[in-house]
Ligand binder design. Structure first.
Ligand SMILES: NC(=O)c1ccc[n+]([C@@H]2O[C@H](COP(=O)([O-])OP(=O)(O)OC[C@H]3O[C@@H](n4cnc5c(N)ncnc54)[C@H](O)[C@@H]3O)[C@@H](O)[C@H]2O)c1
Length: 348
């Protein structure tokens, strides 16, 4: 017990369940406290997860010296507030995606991580799927030759009930966007992870079906720093939902995969069939466990987060540039905070 790494969770909603279950499943982690502004929610959550202490005010949780890691599972526009308070209280932070929704707050939370020396990691659990890891290894090994085209098709269905389910959803102030910032951010993250940094975007977003203030449909044309080109399409407006599909094409090979598995893995002059055996199963349900295990290693061994904040912000910066491009009707250069001439694109 004494050796276990101790966790607190702030925000006892839907995704907090995944964090709690992953902590419970780990022999090296203990959940000591949870917090939610809706005190009944915090109490019920604690009741369902081994009775950690429940607080209505997360600052009481942060005052505890016996908590090493805080999982931030509040609405996206509150991530910086809670994460910065937690790091200032001496905790390492595992933050839900998107890391934040505004560039100024991304800058601030990364600065706080660096000045306090507390680690700030982001959950992008699709990176830990066998197929995504195999794709990354193949790309990094140069198997596909020169990368020339990459696309992410992120076509989801969301119902009107989904949007009515929580009042922060689909608001600029707390969700920071729609099909891209909430649902699509996973795929944007994967695409830039595989293809490399995105330098410039030209985009059009629209709200075509849902009675929401953010986009439910989007298309972006991408220029990667490597010179490769690409496309992102994202939606929550369509029916039926399509599997998330990522395509990475190079001069020597192609890799196309979706939620249903590998659709194409071809390398010129090589039989890749033996390598495909291990990547068939896609297990998103247990995707949070590697992130909890990693935070245990952060505390015990000084490990780096699986997806550190500077890496985790990239998808958000791309999406903010897409919104800006659509609004201004012109291409926008993607920047990552302190690397130059970014424009503030907050709309809240
Ligand atoms: N990794 C994933 O695949 C994934 C999936 C779903 C959601 N998320 C992310 O997780 C976050 C939460 O999403 P959700 O669907 O669980 O939302 P939710 O609405 O179900 O839960 C959020 C909870 O935070 C609480 N809360 C709000 N303000 C608070 C405050 N100041 N202090 C303490 N608690 C507060 C709310 O009362 C609510 O219980 C979002 O950023 C979302 O993007 C990630």
């Amino acid at each position: 017990m004494g050796d276990r790494v101790t966790f607190g969770i702030v925000g006892c909603g839907i995704i907090a369940e995944n964090h709690a279950r992953a902590i419970e499943a780990s022999p090296d982690a203990d959940l000591l406290a949870v917090a939610d502004v809706v005190s009944e929610r915090a109490r019920a959550f604690a009741e369902a997860h081994g009775r950690p202490q429940a607080y209505p005010d997360y600052r009481r949780l942060l005052e505890r010296d016996d908590i090493a890691v805080v999982c931030v599972t509040v609405p996206s526009g509150l991530h910086a507030e809670v994460a910065m308070a937690a790091m200032r209280a001496g905790k390492h932070v595992l933050c839900e995606k998107p890391l934040e929704i505004r560039r100024d707050r991304l800058n601030q939370m990364i600065a706080v991580s660096e000045t306090t020396g507390r680690q700030l990691g982001v959950v992008y659990q699709r990176r830990t799927t066998p197929v995504a890891k195999a794709a990354k290894a193949a790309v990094d090994a140069g198997d596909l030759g020169r990368l020339v085209l990459g696309d992410a098709l992120l076509k989801y269905h969301r119902s009107a009930d989904y949007y009515r389910g929580a009042d922060w959803r689909a608001t600029w102030a707390l969700d920071g966007g729609g099909a891209l910032m909430n649902q699509g951010v996973h795929g944007v993250d994967l695409l830039q992870w595989l293809m490399g940094d995105i330098r410039r975007v030209s985009a059009r977003t629209a709200t075509l079906v849902h009675a929401i203030e953010v986009e439910d449909t989007a298309v972006a044309y991408l220029e990667f720093a490597s010179g490769a080109l690409g496309v992102i399409t994202a939606a929550t407006s369509i029916y039926p939902e399509q599997p998330t599909r990522l395509s990475v094409h190079g001069s020597q090979g192609s890799l196309v995969f979706s939620d249903r598995g590998v659709e194409e893995w071809t390398v010129r002059g090589e039989d890749v069939a033996p390598r495909m055996g291990d990547v068939a199963g896609l297990d998103f349900a247990h995707g949070h466990r590697p992130f909890i295990d990693n935070m245990v290693a952060v505390v015990r061994d000084g490990a780096q987060p699986l997806v550190p904040a500077r890496e985790g912000r990239k998808a958000v910066d791309v999406i903010l540039a897409i919104y800006e491009s659509s609004r201004r009707g012109m291409p926008v250069v993607v920047t990552h905070g302190d690397d130059g001439a970014s424009e503030e694109t907050s709309r809240s």
